[in-house]
Design a protein around this ligand. Structure first.
Ligand SMILES: NC(=O)c1ccc[n+]([C@@H]2O[C@H](COP(=O)([O-])OP(=O)(O)OC[C@H]3O[C@@H](n4cnc5c(N)ncnc54)[C@H](OP(=O)(O)O)[C@@H]3O)[C@@H](O)[C@H]2O)c1
Length: 273
């Protein structure tokens, strides 16, 4: 049994989603079942995977016999296009051993491929068919969001973007807020690197908490939806304690001040594909 209740966010389609989730990138297929089971036991209610993580079958096994979880997967770049995305999603359901899931995202906008609108139309139809409850995007820039919304009239429920203390994406967050789109933070711990930052270590010391929990509490304070990845039971449980951690305005401001325009760790959506 978990000690804390995960707060939920209401999506623009009326559904709800746990604010704190668990990421599974770089968790091997063979380990995924056990790690996902450990995360659920620790209290996480949202699991994030993707075709490109090559672990959907393991994630699905870890979810067998469980209830009350929210499952997200993503359509990979070479599966973009209307027919391709529909077929790829069906294969993902088979790997996950589920008839439907909670959320599917377009993984990257791939502006060079010009297929995002057709892919988005496929997701809209999958939702109509009841194969997925909610639909969203990942790594979309302002122009990518505007394009799919203008062409279809359907807003994504969320945009999952790189976001951590060293790269805070304030402009995009403001756009999301004005459009009723949830901001979900990937690499919320800065892939472990942000934890070494001076002010974060200092706040952790003041509070007697782990630096990772401090960073996750900062995301939650700002209404963001972080999906930290961890492999060990110690990290998994330590990160979940962020839910009971409240930062002072001064502590939040100290972490806000770590933002850097050069802080991106992952690919740039403008040029990836
Ligand atoms: N949509 C996208 O394009 C995209 C891109 C990247 C990631 N994501 C999603 O976002 C999730 C999270 O991002 P991420 O995996 O890149 O990075 P992250 O969650 O920011 O950081 C994970 C790293 O932090 C370490 N860590 C976790 N908890 C810790 C703790 N309490 N103390 C010290 N170190 C700790 C982990 O080590 P251990 O593993 O040893 O615990 C791992 O090395 C991914 O798993 C994936 O689901 C999405």
């Amino acid at each position: 049994m978990s000690r804390f209740t995960t707060p939920t966010l209401t999506l623009n389609d009326g559904k709800t989603m746990p604010q704190l989730g668990f990421g599974t990138w770089q968790i091997e297929e063979s380990a995924a079942s056990g790690v996902v089971a450990m995360a659920l036991d620790a209290g996480y209610e949202l699991i994030d995977t993707a075709r490109i993580y090559d672990n959907e079958a393991g994630v699905g096994q870890g979810l067998q016999g469980r209830e009350n979880f929210f499952l997200t997967t993503k359509v990979w770049n070479d599966d973009q296009g209307y027919r391709e995305a529909r077929e790829a999603f069906q294969r993902a359901l088979e790997r996950l051993e589920r008839e439907s899931i909670d959320l599917v995202l377009i993984h990257w906008p791939c502006p060079g491929m010009e297929k995002a609108v057709d892919t988005w139309k496929a997701l809209i139809d999958l939702r109509e068919l009841g194969k997925v409850a909610s639909i969203g995007v990942s790594n979309f820039r302002q122009q990518d969001l505007e394009r799919i919304i203008t062409e279809t009239g359907v807003k994504p429920v969320l945009n999952q973007i790189e976001l951590h203390p060293g790269f805070q994406q304030r402009e995009l967050r403001e756009l999301h807020d004005s459009q009723g789109i949830v901001t979900q933070s990937w690499s919320p711990l800065g892939q472990g690197q942000a934890l070494a930052e001076g002010p974060i270590a200092q706040i952790a010391e003041e509070l007697g908490q782990s630096p990772a929990a401090v960073v996750l509490a900062w995301h939650l304070h700002h209404g963001l939806a972080p999906i930290p990845k961890a492999s060990s039971r110690g990290h998994i449980e330590a990160n979940f304690t962020a839910l009971q951690l409240k930062l002072s305005e001064e502590q939040v401001a100290a972490i806000d001040a770590l933002d850097s325009p050069d802080g991106r760790l992952g690919s740039d959506p403008a040029t990836l594909c």
